[in-house]
Design a protein around this ligand. Sequence first.
Ligand SMILES: Cc1cc2nc3c(=O)[nH]c(=O)nc-3n(C[C@H](O)[C@H](O)[C@H](O)COP(=O)(O)OP(=O)(O)OC[C@H]3O[C@@H](n4cnc5c(N)ncnc54)[C@H](O)[C@@H]3O)c2cc1C
Ligand code: SF4
Length: 829
Amino acid sequence: MNGAPRTRLLVVGNGMAGARTVEEILKRGAEKFDVTMIGDEPYGNYNRIMLSHVLAGESGVDDEDLLLNPMSWYRENGVTLFAGDRAIALDRFAKSVRCESGRIVDYDVLIIATGSNTFFPNMDGLREPDGRLARGVFGFRTIADTNGMLQMAASQDDLRAVVIGGGLLGLEAAYGLRTQGLDVDVVHSPGHLMNQQLDERGGRLLRNKIESLGVGVHTSKRTTSVLRDESGRVAGVGFNDDTSLPADMIVVTAGIRPSVEFARGGGLVIERGIVVDDQLRCEDEGSIYAVGECCQHRGEVYGLVAPLWEQAVVLAEHLSGANPSAAYHGSRLTTKLKVAGVDVAAMGVKGPEREDDEFVQFYEPRSGTYKSVVVRDGKLIGATLLGDISKANFLTQAFDEKVPLPDERISMLFDMGTPTAATGAAELADDVQVCNCNGVTKGAIVACVHAGAKSMGDVTAATRAGKGCGSCKGLVADILACAAGGALEADPAADWYVPSIPLSKPALIDVIRERGLRSVSQVFTELATDGSEDVPSKMPLASLLRTIWGPDWVDERGALFINDRVHANIQRDGTFSVVPQMKGGVTTPGQLRKIADVADKYNVPLVKVTGGQRIDLLGIKKEDLPKVWGDLDMPSGFAYGKSMRTVKTCVGSDFCRFGLGDSTALGIALEDRFQGLETPAKLKLAVAGCPRNCSEALCKDFGVVSVGEDKWEIYVGGAAGAHIRKGDLLATVVGAGEVLRVAGIFIQHYRESAQWLERTYAWVPRIGLEVLQRTLIEDAEGIVEGLEQRMQTSVDGYRDPWQDRVEQKSPAQFTPSLPLLPLPQVPVR
Ligand SMILES: Cc1cc2nc3c(=O)[nH]c(=O)nc-3n(C[C@H](O)[C@H](O)[C@H](O)COP(=O)(O)OP(=O)(O)OC[C@H]3O[C@@H](n4cnc5c(N)ncnc54)[C@H](O)[C@@H]3O)c2cc1C
Ligand code: SF4
C-alpha cells in the first residue's frame, strides 16, 4: 500500500443506486477509499424489482436472486455497513452524519442514495392517531411491505384487497395478490390504466386483460377515505362520488416521492428531489453527491433503475479519477409490465405531437394486440407494444439510437424478413445496454463468455443479466450463443423441474418413487438444495405428487391454489363457477332438470353453455359449494385446475349425414377413461366424425378425426386460445380401442416429461413430432408398456373431487366468504 491517505467515502442509503455506485467505485480504485454505508433496512442490498415476483409467489423472500449484495459481499470488499440504522442529521461543515442509534460517521466525500418513499395521498382513516398506517394498509416498496402483505394473505381465506393506483406498480401488486388467492380491485383516478405510458386505446385493451385475470378495475375514481368498522379494522375505501368498495387490505401505489428529509435537514438544495449537476454533485457543494431516485437532474426525477446505472458509472468515473469530467446527460426510459400473460412494453411518447411526426399503428382488439411507433426526423421517439412484445428488444435499441430505423416502418412492428434475433445480437454494439434492470451491456456479457461462461446460468451468475423483469433473457441467450460459438453448454438448471431441486422431471419422479415421498414438505426436506421450501415450487410439486401417487399423495392444503382447494373456478367477484361433468358434451333431460332446479334454489345469477360443451353455473358462494354439488349429484367437470378438461365431440355418424365414425361414443369413452387426470397444464381433447372437423379437433391438445373405415387420425399439440397452433398428425390408427390406447400413452408421457404449465403446443414441438412417433408409436425406447401401466394405475385411482362435500379436507375448506362485490346481473334466466 502506498502512503497516500484514503478518502473516507460515506454512502447514506444501501439500496440499488448506493450499492451499485460503490461497486463501480471499487472497480476503479478500491485502494483509494475507505467505504462506509448506512442503510435503514436490516439487510444487504436487494433487487427491489424482484418484489413483484415475490408477491406473485414466483420468487421467495429468501431467494438468493433477491439479494444483490449479501452481507458477505461487504466484508469481502472491505466495506463497513451499518445496516438497520437510519441517518438522521447531516453536518456539512463538520463533515459528519449522525444516525438514529447515536452513531456519528465522519466523511471526506458523502453520497446520498436514499431512494424514494411510497406516496400516501391524503385520505381520512389512513392512519392511526399516532401517525402509523392503519393495520391492513400497505405501500409496495420494501421487503417489509411485501412480507406484510404475504403474511396477511396467508392468515385468512377470502380476503379482499383494493389497490389504489393503476400504474405499473399497482398492476403488479394486484396481480401478485390475485395470485395469492385474494379478491382484488384496482382503483385508478385517471380515465385509463397505465395512463403515463399508454394512450386511451392501449389502456382499454390493458383493462380487458387485467379484468380477464379476475381483477376488478375502477377508473376515474378518486379514493378519499379508508373505511373502518366499529372495531377500527380496515373495511373498505370510499370514493369522491360517494361510492365505496369493501376491502380488508389496501395497497397504495399512487406514486413515489424522492426521500429527501435527510438532505433537506442538512441544508441541501431540494426541489422535487436533491438538485444535482452533470457530475451528480449537489448544488453548491464540493464533496456531497446524490444518486438514484432521490436526486433531481436537469429537472427530472426518475422512478426506474436504468438511469441509476448510468449515474453510478458517471459518479464512479468522476470520484475515482478514472475520468474526472465524466458527465451524466439524462436517461431515456423504457418500461415493461411484470404481469404474467399481460405483455406491455412502452417507451418515449405515446402518440404524435407534431404534424410531421410519423405515426404507425396496429390495433386488433380481438386478439388484444396494440402496437404503435412514433418517428420524428428519422428517429424513434416513442413506442407502445401491448399483447405482442416480440419487437421490444429491437425497439429499445432503436429508441437508444443504437440501430438504424428500417425504411419500411411497418417492420418495426412485425417481423417481415428482417434479420433474425441472433443476427441482430451479433450486430449490436458493445456498449448497448441489454439488461436494463441490472444495467448490463452486451460488452459485459461477451467479456464474461470470453472469461469462461458457457451457459445462461454462468452469465446470469456473473453479470446478473436477466435477473430482473426477465424480458432480456432471449437477447442475452442470443448474445451468449454468438459469443460462445460452438462452445455453448446447456444450462443444467434449465432442465430442472423446480428451481430449488437440481433434478430433471424424470429424475425427480424416480427419486420420489424410490424414497416414497408423498408430501410437498417431505420433498423439500429431502431434496431441496438447502432443505427449505420455496413458494413457486409448491404447486408444480403438488401436481407431480398427484400424478405419481394418485389419491395416495399427502394433501397439504398450503401447496394448493384456491381453485384446487375448493374444486371450482374462482370468479371476479369472489364467487365460484360450478361445471358438472357432461361426458362428450352429451346430457339428458334428467340432468338438465337437476341443473335447472339447482339454479333456481341457489338463485344462480348466470347459467352459461361453455366452449367445452358443458353448462356452467356462475356466481356460487364458497360456502354453498358442497350443497350445490350434493343437489346436482353429478361429478365434477374439472373446469378449473391443471388437468384433463373435456372431450368436445361433434354429432358423428349416428345422426350426421356426413359422419364417418361415431365421434360421440369415442368422446364419451375418452372422457370416461381420462377424467380429472392431473396434467402439467390444462388438456383439451376433441373427436370429429369426419374431416369437416365440426368439433375443432385439429386445434386441441389431443384431437381425433374419423377418416372412414374405422380409421382415426390423431392430432397432437394443437391450440386455439391465446396461442394458435394446428395439431401435428401423430398417427392414423384403426379402431376406437387403439385411439384410447394411444391417448393413454401420449397423455402419460406428457404428464411425466413436460415442464410445469407447459402446454402440449409447446411440449410437442420441443420434443419433436418424429421423436414422439418413434417413442410412442414405434416404442423405440421400450417405454410404452410402463406408460400404459402407470396410466392404468392413475385411472384406477380416480376419485371425484366433489366427494369433499362429504369428506371435507379441512374445517375451513368451505367457510363463508366475506361480503361479495355486487356485479351487474346478466338477465339470462
Ligand atoms: C415492487 C417494485 C417493482 C419495481 N419494478 C421495476 C422494474 O421492473 N423496472 C425498473 O426499472 N424499476 C423498477 N422498480 C423501481 C426500482 O426498484 C427503483 O428505481 C430503484 O430501487 C431505485 O434505487 P434507489 O437506490 O434510488 O432507491 P432504493 O432502492 O429505494 O434505495 C434507497 C435505500 O435507502 C434507504 N434509506 C432512505 N433514507 C435513509 C436514511 N436516512 N438512512 C439510511 N438509509 C436510508 C432506503 O430504506 C432504501 O433501502 C420497482 C420498484 C418496486 C418497489
Ligand atoms: S365433423 Fe363431420 S360428422 Fe361431425 S358433425 Fe361435422 S360434418 Fe358431421
